[in-house]
Design a binder for this molecule. Structure first.
Ligand SMILES: [Zn+2]
Length: 99
């Protein structure tokens, strides 16, 4: 599964810092690639300390619940996953995902 590249830097939706090493973000699963949702990105520190239980990785719902305009709820038919990613010189590499 390939990750569609994002040209913009990823910023944490909790602390607003740019994610430079390891982070999490939600992505929409499409045919054979992930379409990232950069607005739902969370840095490693916030993922563990602010969202997830102490010492546990966040769940997808923990990240996507930060959407303030998710009341409509009718257009969320696409499958989503939470990607655990590492920033590299060549872009973003996916460490793991969970749905
Ligand atoms: Zn953060």
């Amino acid at each position: 599964m390939q990750l569609r590249s994002t040209s913009q830097p990823l910023n944490c939706s909790v602390c607003n810092d740019e994610i430079t090493d390891i982070g999490y973000f939600a992505a929409t699963v499409s045919k054979d690639e992930y379409k990232p949702n950069p607005q739902d990105a969370v840095c490693n520190a916030c993922g563990f300390n602010q969202i997830g239980m102490m010492g546990c990785a966040p769940e997808l719902a923990d990240v996507t619940d930060f959407d303030s305009d998710s009341d409509s709820g009718s257009d969320q038919t696409l499958e989503q996953t939470l990607l655990h990613v590492r920033m590299t010189d060549n872009g973003i590499s996916v460490i793991s995902d969970k749905q």
